[in-house]
Design a protein around this ligand. Structure first.
Ligand SMILES: Nc1ncnc2c1ncn2[C@@H]1O[C@H](COP(=O)(O)OP(=O)(O)OP(=O)(O)O)[C@@H](O)[C@H]1O
Ligand SMILES: [Mg+2]
Length: 447
């Protein structure tokens, strides 16, 4: 329930207003300033109705006092016609609206509803902005030499308007870097718009990038803004640029050169100021040789090249990344994983990640979900990692997986136990089987 405070020195008015609103809002009344002080210290209010002629004290001073204490509160001024000037002053000081006395309750109800609606909307906007800045600040983790080079380059280019080409294998963080450049650079007030050139069919990519006029083709029932126009003043991220159709490349080049876009079906160009960051995991020079990519476009896009290292080239960053993703998934999955066992970390460091950081992230998300302890252990890692010959684990432990049969697991256990313990009688005892059974198993598995 919203909270409402009525501030007026005329008790009769207070009482009738309280009567009118107390069913809908938690309503309190203050007839003097010390009550105002008391209530605003004790409670939070969504809306305050304030009489500007408030005893000895100037209502504008009361307004300032409240605005200072509860800045998000919506203040509605109640005023007589004769003091309409001070109501205008009150609006300048941050009051939401004013109503004239004698009061019309219906009118007041509408104004309060509007004030609350506006308040809710601004709260939501604030939430969204907060959310956006957490997305924005999705940190890039790494302290290896190759990542330091990337950070340096980001710092150099973020405030200058050059096009950037980010290259690197899949999952190395190309999009993350593109966002970092945008949200930390001078274009951050503009929008970051992304087009995935590989995912959008050829016939749609043109309207996606350049937009169209109403009636430009059947189905164009209204005008659509293209990404270039949306990103005006900001950044356009062209992901998987190596997949872009040759004809579209020609049009893109023209927009980059002229800084004017022509929506489909429009004679009139729109001037745009857009920085382009493109990304690809292809070798564009090879694509040029094969005739798939235009050389002139390549040089336009590749003014600065950021090369993303593969995870293999920065194994020293793995512990940091592991810690980062565990924190991330602890918070999104509401878990409390404190560590990774040394054996599991060893496995994670020696695995050959084809999907780079994205693959490492997926592995850790899965492990955080699966583990029932506070520590991620080898058993929480996927089979392809466990089944990795490069790994040394302490010699009384075994790696088994849920994808193995009981027989295979049994054979592994017996081999390892015999190897560690040596003596067959002792081995049988420790494994809790008879010597005869042990013999049979040794024969069965040809140990
Ligand atoms: N250095 C890093 N620190 C933290 N997270 C990272 C880092 N690099 C990548 N990631 C995470 O890995 C995932 C993949 O990153 P991103 O989408 O930027 O890669 P990409 O190079 O664009 O991949 P693709 O070529 O497959 O599109 C994302 O969830 C991203 O947040
Ligand atoms: Mg990507």
């Amino acid at each position: 329930m919203y909270r409402l405070l009525i501030i007026d020195d005329e008790e009769a008015i207070c009482r009738s207003l309280q009567f009118a609103f107390e069913d809908k809002y938690k309503t309190l009344v203050a007839n003097n300033f010390s009550t105002v002080e008391k209530y605003t210290s004790m409670y939070y209010f969504d809306v305050i109705l304030l009489d500007l002629k408030f005893g000895e004290i100037n209502g504008l001073e009361v307004l300032k006092y409240i605005k200072n204490k509860i800045p998000e509160c919506q203040i509605i001024i109640m005023t007589a016609y004769s003091s309409i000037d001070s109501s205008i002053k009150a609006m300048k000081l941050g009051a939401w609206d004013y109503v004239l006395k004698p009061l019309s309750l219906d009118n007041l109800k509408i104004i309060i509803d509007k004030a609350l609606e506006h308040k809710d909307l601004s709260c939501r906007l604030q939430d969204m902005q907060d959310e956006l800045s957490t997305i924005k600040s999705d940190k890039i983790i790494g302290k290896s030499k190759s990542m330091k080079d990337v950070f340096n380059l980001i710092n150099k280019v973020k405030n200058i308007d050059v096009n950037v080409l980010i290259t690197g294998e899949s999952g190395t963080g190309k999009e993350l870097v593109a966002r970092e450049i945008h949200y930390n650079g001078k274009r951050k007030k503009g929008r970051f718009e992304a087009v995935n050139c590989g995912a959008i069919p050829k016939n749609l990519i043109e309207s996606e990038m350049f937009g169209y006029e109403k009636g430009a083709f059947t189905g164009a029932i209204k005008t659509k803004k293209g990404k270039f126009v949306l990103a005006d003043g900001g950044t356009l991220f062209l992901d998987e640029i190596g997949e872009m159709d040759f004809d579209i490349q020609v049009k893109l080049l023209r927009v980059i050169q002229d800084k004017i876009v022509y929506p489909i079906g429009s004679e009139e160009g729109i001037k745009v100021d857009v920085r382009i960051i493109a990304a690809t995991n292809k070798n564009l020079l090879e694509e040029i040789d094969k005739g798939n990519f235009r050389e002139d476009l390549y040089y336009r896009l590749n003014v600065i090249n950021v090369k993303m290292p593969s995870l293999r080239e920065r194994i020293e960053d793995i512990p940091l990344l592991v810690e980062h993703f565990i924190k991330k998934y602890n918070s999104t999955l509401n878990k409390n994983i404190k560590a990774v066992s040394p054996e599991a970390l060893q496995l994670l460091k020696t695995y050959n990640y084809k999907g780079n950081i994205r693959e490492l992230e997926n592995i850790l998300e899965r492990a955080v979900i699966l583990t029932e302890n506070e520590m991620i252990d080898i058993y929480d890692l996927p089979y392809q990692i466990i089944n990795n010959d490069n790994v040394k684990i302490s010699d009384d432990k075994l790696i088994v997986s849920v994808y193995e049969t009981f027989d295979t697991i049994e054979e592994k256990v017996i081999r390892k136990a015999l190897e560690k313990i040596g003596n067959k009688r002792k081995t049988a005892k420790i494994l809790g089987i008879s010597e005869r059974t042990l013999w049979n198993k040794i024969k069965k598995y040809g140990i």
